[in-house]
Design a protein around this ligand. Structure first.
Ligand SMILES: C[S@@+](CC[C@H](N)C(=O)[O-])C[C@H]1O[C@@H](n2cnc3c(N)ncnc32)[C@H](O)[C@@H]1O
Ligand code: SF4
Length: 482
């Protein structure tokens, strides 16, 4: 690759990685959020899911709660949610959630969960009346007490934090120990927000950010780039404006056309029908690079993948614990997941199935995986390498083997040769170029069955994930210690 005045050129690197067989020929991407990807988990009963399960060290968990309600359906969104649901339906859901927490406490033989970090997401978990919000916060914090120093995050849309009701919700959140808000601003351009079918204007998004900062929350704001109709000028202006809002964190998402869970967003269909208005892959990559430069000038650096902060302390502890430290996390709610040190369990997509299980006294999980040793190895490489860096010791602790002794080391060496990964005494880390294509780079470790696109989409270069898969490696299980 030719170097430029900026060190390297993102479009040339993109083409080089296509030639190397790492990026598919159409350039689309699939986020390496979980491994294996959520839609690929097989059915599992509660007994199978918890067979041989050992409680984590100190009995401590990170917690996710899914509250699947929103005012309206955004065009880009693949998250499962119900839109404009009546209050009675939300009451029913909140009761079921409480029941699920009780069942989990029975399962682990405790009357409280020791919590490390908490994320309440959805949907829009503030799309509740203040009375419902307080009811939830009360029973949740009784069962999962919020100790000092616990990062308690709510993932919300701006519309729920403005006007008198928005201020009432903010006060309730504060009273119950919530200390961090992630606000989906998405864009600060009104025509783009309208195109996304968002329930707020740019001015309202700014109002929600200011209300949250004034109320004393740490604030993270989220943006999407590559959305149809977005130009480089619009995007650059969004990011410049975002960096003046003085939030603790700014998170950038490349538009995902492909769903990564069971729900398929409207955007997938849109891509097939309205091809003229789409932003090309090349322009999307230029938008990302441009935003990184603007944010760096304002002191925001990528301290966790696609998360830009002025201080490392501001990153999401929930994401850091789950993806970088590979610690145990439990999830409650429809489609919520538990990511444990040796297994991954998933709740149902169907509300009927979710309610049915809880009503009959069973935990509502219905799919998952107790990882084989080789899947454990892949998982232990992919998540930390993609999101932060991979400490050699962490790989050993999670697998009982030295990475250097496994077949995956040859993939690491190939990535080092391509300038995408670097090695130090203690760690493997993505280089600046590797980090720019972090999802694709870490997909080099996927097993054949889970590679996001078909074999015909990749050129036969040295990083082609189909050619590099060492298959199911067999080790002496006795060596493993989690
Ligand atoms: C659970 S979602 C939404 C949270 C909140 N309900 C909202 O609307 O602001 C979390 C974030 O994922 C991002 N996101 C959702 N769908 C996306 C897609 N198809 N492509 C890229 N980013 C997406 C958005 O930035 C969003 O704020
Ligand atoms: S982006 Fe947020 S508000 Fe929009 S549909 Fe998805 S979860 Fe709901």
């Amino acid at each position: 690759m030719k170097s430029t005045e900026n060190g390297w050129d993102e479009i040339e690197l993109y083409h080089d990685l296509q030639q190397a067989g790492l990026i598919p020929v159409h350039g689309d991407f699939f986020p390496a959020v979980h491994y294996p990807p959520i839609t690929r988990y097989a059915p599992l009963t509660e007994e199978e899911a918890y067979a041989g399960f050992q409680l984590p060290e100190n009995n401590t968990f990170d917690i996710y709660v899914h509250i699947p309600f929103c005012l309206k359906r955004c065009i880009f969104c693949h998250y499962p949610s119900k839109y404009n649901a009546p209050d009675e339906e939300k009451d029913r859901y909140l009761e079921a959630l409480k029941g699920e927490m009780n069942l989990f406490l029975q399962r682990i033989g405790a009357n409280r969960i020791r919590t490390r970090a908490i994320l309440i997401g959805g949907g829009t978990p503030t799309d509740l009346t203040p009375k419902q919000l307080e009811y939830f916060l009360q029973y949740f914090t009784e069962r999962a007490p919020v100790r000092d120093q616990v990062q308690f995050n709510y993932d919300v849309d701006p519309n729920s934090l403005i006007g008198p009701v928005g201020l009432e919700r903010l006060k309730l959140l504060k009273d119950y120990g919530v200390n961090r808000l992630t606000i989906g601003v998405q864009s600060l351009n009104d025509p783009i927000l309208k195109g996304m079918n968002r329930a707020h204007t740019a001015a309202e998004a700014i109002e929600s950010v200011n209300n949250s900062l004034e109320a004393g929350f740490k604030v993270n704001i989220e943006f999407i780039f590559g959305f149809p109709g977005q130009t480089m000028d619009i995007w650059n202006e969004d990011i410049r404006l975002a960096s003046t809002l003085n939030t603790d964190e700014i998170q950038l998402y490349r538009l995902k056309y492909e769903p990564y869970g069971d729900q398929v967003g409207i955007i997938k269909n849109y891509r097939e029908k309205k091809q003229d208005n789409l932003v090309s892959v090349e322009e999307t990559l230029r938008m990302k690079r441009s935003a990184i430069r603007i944010l760096a000038e304002q002191g925001y650096l990528e301290n966790l993948r696609r998360v830009y902060t002025r201080s490392k302390d501001n990153i999401s502890r929930y994401a850091y614990n789950q993806c970088c430290r590979l610690l145990d996390q439990v999830g409650f709610g429809q489609t919520a997941f538990a990511s444990y040190h040796d297994r991954f369990l998933l709740n149902p997509f169907s509300f009927e199935e979710y309610y049915g299980a809880i009503d009959s006294g069973r935990l509502p999980l219905n799919r998952g995986i107790v990882r084989s040793l080789s899947e454990q190895m892949r998982w232990s490489i992919i998540l930390p390498l993609k999101n932060y860096y991979l400490p050699k010791k962490l790989f050993y602790r999670r697998t009982g083997h030295y990475l250097e002794d496994t077949p995956f080391i040859s993939i690491i060496h190939r990535l080092i040769d391509m300038g995408l990964v670097e090695e130090s005494d203690m760690n493997y880390t993505l280089t600046e170029q590797g980090a720019f294509f972090a999802d694709e780079v870490t997909e080099a470790f996927y097993s054949h069955d889970y590679i996001p696109f078909p074999e015909s989409d990749y050129l036969p270069g040295p990083l082609n994930p189909y050619n590099n898969d060492p298959g199911d490696v067999i080790y002496d299980q006795a060596a493993r210690s989690n």
